[in-house]
Write a protein that binds this ligand. Structure first.
Ligand code: NAD
Length: 313
């Protein structure tokens, strides 16, 4: 890993500031620049975070303008309107599209070689928009996709089975939103598919449980937003995980939002699919063997996203 790593975070709200906190804790950058239209907010967050630098690996955290982001290795975009109670992620599109039209050209101007990680919602649509506005190669524009949703899914299964979350292997794929799909056919624990594992453990894995777990994953953000107004800690850790995979050139498989060009029979859309993530971004999409029902659900998720894109482009 390069010892002079620079990361810029656009948007100093809940998600942006929690992300900087997670990156600092991970010791992943030597310089972090925070940009926000609300300069006071960016400065306040940078000050608060800087006051803790004595407890982490050396890092300079500062607020700045776009020119201060110059030559960042990674630019993370978290700016924009967030979901309000009752609002879907797709409801945010118009507000955030116009915000992105002002952000992306500035980011590109100062960071022609950076990898762009989009987090703002609707993340798959905004990642596509960022790809188009930036003119960057597709591998260097990725969205946080369903990395967070996959973590939620693994957590909920780990709670059900009372097993370490790191031993639950599965994915949520498709839209980061209401049409996302759970890949039950690929879910495995200790080398056994989830149904087999169920037989040897709790024996309580009927269709009702699967339905409930999937609904809980899909509705997790709505529930957290209803209770505390926003979600930010888990997504910040998900972003940190993506950044780590890039900077350490890990070739980790993560369900980032990546650009499909025929994989799964789907093209010209960004959505969460298992992808190999390393120093050049999302270098390859893996086509996992979904069953027929999952394939249809994934196609339907892509269709939902495409319909939204067709209204924009
Ligand atoms: P927030 O309202 O706390 O922060 C948004 C920040 O963006 C504010 O500080 C605002 O001043 C800033 N901003 C607005 N317009 C800007 C512009 N033109 N340039 C620079 N900064 C600008 O919201 P939040 O809770 O931090 O959420 C941020 C985004 O992240 C939302 O779109 C939310 O839906 C999304 N989100 C995504 C995930 C995911 O998994 N992808 C998870 C949680 C939240």
């Amino acid at each position: 890993m390069n010892k002079n790593t620079k990361i810029s975070v656009i948007g100093a709200g809940f998600v942006g500031s929690s992300t900087v906190f997670a990156l600092m804790n991970g010791g992943l950058a030597s310089e972090i620049v925070i940009v926000d239209v609300n300069r006071d907010k960016a400065e306040g967050e940078a000050m608060d975070l800087s006051h803790g630098t004595a407890f982490v690996k050396p890092v300079e955290v500062k607020a700045g303008d776009y020119k201060d982001t110059k030559d960042s290795d990674i630019v993370i975009i978290t700016a924009g309107a967030a979901q309000k109670p009752g609002e879907t992620r797709l409801d945010l599109i118009n507000k955030n599209y116009s915000i992105f039209k002002s952000i992306v050209p500035e980011v590109v101007k100062y960071n022609p070689n950076a990898i762009l990680v989009v987090v703002s919602n609707p993340v798959d649509i905004l990642t596509y928009i960022t790809y188009k506005l930036s003119g960057f190669p597709k591998s260097r524009v990725i969205g946080s996709g369903t990395v967070l949703d996959t973590s939620r899914f693994r957590y909920m299964l780990s709670e059900h089975f009372n097993i370490d979350v790191r031993n639950i292997h599965t994915y949520i794929m498709g839209e980061h939103g209401d049409s996302e799909i759970a890949t039950w056919s690929l879910t495995n624990i200790a080398g056994m598919d989830v149904n087999k594992y169920c037989e040897v453990s709790c024996k309580k894995c009927d269709g009702e449980l699967k339905y409930k777990v999937y609904e809980d994953v899909k509705n997790a953000a709505y529930e957290v937003i209803e209770k505390k107004g926003a979600t930010y800690y888990a997504v910040a850790l998900a972003i940190k995980r993506i950044v780590e995979a890039i900077l350490r050139d890990e070739n980790s498989i993560l369900t980032v939002s990546a650009f499909l060009e025929g994989q799964y029979g789907i093209k010209d859309v960004y959505m969460g699919v298992p992808s190999i993530v390393g120093i050049n971004g999302a270098k390859e999409i893996i086509e996992v063997p979904l069953n027929e029902e999952e394939k249809k659900e994934l196609e339907a998720s892509a269709k939902t996203l495409k319909e939204t894109l067709n209204n924009i482009f």
